[in-house]
Design a protein around this ligand. Structure first.
Ligand code: URA
Length: 224
């Protein structure tokens, strides 16, 4: 589901009594400042105004994003898990360790890339984010992407892929094929948690093949 679809869903909710719709001016940062400062500003604006995170309960802290604000490569996951909720940093649990291995295998370090999630607060019991939650929180992700301006986004798992690509197709169908979000190349692939749960030669080969495509794209862009 993309932002537009999520907003339509939310408009229906409004008709049924919910009185919030995200407004763009809430998300404005100071355009002349550097990306790092703008991300910090956005993080503060998020914490002060995100109707999803302000209303949600059962989480410890918001988890905004981490990494190089000028990164060529951005990874986008679903929402913080238990360990991320405790540390305030995305992808630091078991899935995060697998993601770190993948980044290292790609010849990079975690500090080289930027990592964020669709939702900035942990859903209770790690359930999948609802359309309404995405409609409220994802405008901040959209703004994060606009500030970092990566060349390539790796969408980790179905919710991130479906949000960025405005589709309801499943990850098995989407993965491994280049798509586009706001003119940025997007590679949908398995979520590292899915990979850990289904750790077969087939899934590992598929994910590595997706990452090789990403490396080739970044390499090509460097030479041109
Ligand atoms: N899974 C996600 O999608 N994001 C995290 O930050 C951790 C686990």
């Amino acid at each position: 589901m993309n932002l537009h679809q999520a907003q339509l869903h939310l408009e229906t909710s409004i008709l049924m009594g919910v009185d919030f719709l995200p407004v763009a001016e809430k998300l404005e940062t100071t355009p002349e400042t550097d990306p790092s400062t703008r991300l910090e500003q956005l993080s503060t604006i998020h914490d002060d105004t995100c109707e999803h995170c302000l209303q949600a309960t059962g989480y410890t802290q918001t988890v905004f994003g981490i990494g190089n604000p000028n990164a060529q490569l951005m990874f986008i996951g679903e929402a913080p898990g238990a360990e991320e909720d405790l540390q305030g940093i995305p992808f630091v649990g078991e899935a995060g360790k697998k993601l770190n291995e993948i980044i290292t295998a790609m010849g990079m370090q975690r500090e080289d890339v930027y990592i964020a999630n669709i939702l900035k607060s942990r859903p209770q019991n790690n359930r999948t984010p609802t359309a309404e939650e995405i409609a409220k929180c994802a405008p901040f992700l959209a703004k994060q992407i606009a500030i970092v301006e990566p060349e390539v986004i790796v969408a980790l798992g179905a919710p991130a892929s479906q949000f960025l690509l405005s589709t309801t197709a499943g990850i098995t169908q989407l993965r491994g094929k280049w798509c586009s979000y706001e003119g940025i190349c997007v590679m949908p692939t398995f979520h590292p948690a899915y990979l850990l749960r289904n750790y077969t030669n087939e899934t590992r080969t598929q994910m590595w093949s997706d990452m090789q495509q990403v490396m080739a794209k970044l390499d090509k862009n460097r030479k041109t």
